[in-house]
Design a binder for this molecule. Structure first.
Ligand code: SF4
Length: 451
């Protein structure tokens, strides 16, 4: 999708340009001062932009960086880097908001924010690995733009426009189709399908990013969904709180607050993305009654360590955003260099469990190829089950024997041929005993208080 194509589509669809200038940011939250990188980058890259323009999402959206020439004017790039980016963008375009660009540390070639926003030559060098549509969304589209995979929920793809084109995007295939927004007629067809299928109780608005639509157009969709009795909840999947936090303005929040149970899933991947602007955006959503959950994607060199994931969760909890899912990066063409082995995600959860609160630990999920759906993966804490007895380990690798309530264990558990197991497990542990590793890890973690 070229800049001109995106701009033309955007104008043709009457989206962002039709809106009056946005209101200035409210100050409901005490936010930390901007990080030194973001602050100094903004002053250096965009020195004369008035505060009012910077805080206006339409200004941010209109001033996205789309070409290597625009990028090279702002940040240091070698001739080789420029040539490589130019080549990559012939297949996978570039789009970065000024806000997100200001978070990048361009002195660090391995900067985790940069890796998500700036094209890498590996996108095309390894482009034959993976699939265009690994989740088989095209196959599960019941009408254009409506994916119906699970019994009680559907995904409405309203547009393929995004403020930023994330280099790890699952729908990279869409970038080559120019910018599009579903027409009112196409949306009516989707609504008809939802009306006729009374088992659908949950509708997810996605894209692209549905918040690139004007608030007016979004309200048109949401208000019609709300007229369908069996639709209980509406979810919005958007990366705006991260890449275009100015989009969460008073007008949007006032609109959302009128339509009952609306949830918002966003996509923070790194603790440095939790900026004062993002904190303000999430605070506004919470104040208008929209809970915010985070779905991050596990990315090589971005957030693939226990320390980064723990820090990300802690930063999210501080702004009252729940770390919900940690996704294994899908097998998408053009993302191979960012993917991690499955075991990395399991090891990260293993490293978090017990060392921080359960609220901070996301569910690690693989979205299975060919539309198999999401499945959770986690470290195995069950070592064995024999009859009524379970053998379990904790985060310190101490081993515990746990008994089911008497008489309630399925007779087939731990047995052969449907006969109850005759073996009674006896580890000779009394009620207060456990098998502990030789290191005595539990005691090392204890703070001993003496009276
Ligand atoms: S915001 Fe979501 S849909 Fe848009 S490019 Fe990023 S990952 Fe893809």
């Amino acid at each position: 999708m070229t800049k001109s194509a995106m701009a033309a589509t955007s104008q043709a669809s009457g989206q962002v340009e039709e809106e009056p200038p946005g209101a200035a940011a409210r100050s409901e939250v005490d936010v930390e001062p901007p990080s030194s990188t973001a602050d100094s980058n903004r002053n250096r890259l965009f020195p004369h932009i008035p505060e009012e323009a910077w805080n206006d999402w339409r200004w941010q959206f209109r001033h996205r960086i789309h070409t290597v020439e625009e990028l090279a004017e702002l940040v240091p790039l070698t001739t080789r880097e420029q040539a490589q980016i130019k080549l990559v963008t012939t297949k996978y375009p570039l789009s970065v908001t000024p806000h997100y660009l200001s978070l990048i540390n361009f002195n660090d070639p391995d900067d985790p924010i940069r890796k998500q926003a700036i094209p890498s030559f590996q996108e095309i060098a390894l482009a034959d690995i993976g699939l265009e549509d690994p989740l088989a969304e095209e196959r599960d589209s019941v009408v254009p733009g409506l994916v119906h995979r699970y019994p009680d929920r559907v995904l409405m793809l309203l547009t393929n426009l995004c403020p930023m084109l994330c280099r790890h995007c699952t729908r990279k295939r869409e970038w080559q189709h120019g910018g599009w927004v579903r027409t009112p007629g196409e949306i009516e067809t989707m609504l008809d399908y939802i009306r006729r299928n009374t088992g659908i109780r949950d509708v997810i608005l996605s894209g692209g990013d549905p918040l690139t639509l004007s608030t007016h157009r979004l309200e048109w969709v949401i208000s019609r969904l709300r007229q369908i009795e069996h639709v209980e909840i509406i979810r919005i999947g958007t990366r705006c709180p991260v890449v275009l936090p100015q989009r969460i303005d008073d007008e949007l929040c006032d609109m959302l607050s009128k339509y009952g149970a609306i949830w918002l899933n966003t996509h923070f991947n790194h603790p440095r993305e939790v900026t004062p602007e993002s904190a303000l955006a999430c605070d506004r959503l919470l104040r208008c009654g929209v809970p915010v959950n985070n779905q991050s994607v596990l990315l090589r060199g971005v957030n693939d360590t226990v320390e980064t994931q723990t820090k990300l969760s802690h930063e999210l909890l501080k702004i009252k955003v729940r770390p919900y899912y940690l996704f294994q990066c899908d097998e998408v063409q053009g993302t191979e260099h960012l993917r991690t082995p499955v075991e990395t995600g399991i090891e990260i959860l293993e490293g978090m469990r017990g060392h921080t609160s359960g609220l901070a630990i996301p569910t690690f999920v693989i979205d299975l190829p060919q539309g198999g759906g999401k499945i959770p993966l986690q470290p195995n804490y069950v070592l064995a089950q024999l009859g009524e007895e379970w053998i379990l380990r904790n985060y310190q690798n101490r081993i515990f024997q746990y008994r089911n309530p008497r008489g309630l264990t399925s007779p087939t558990n731990g047995s052969k041929n449907g006969k109850r197991a005759s073996t009674h497990l006896d580890l000779s542990l009394d009620k207060n005993s456990v098998l502990a590793p030789a290191s005595g890890a539990r005691d090392e973690n204890r703070v001993i208080v003496r009276s």
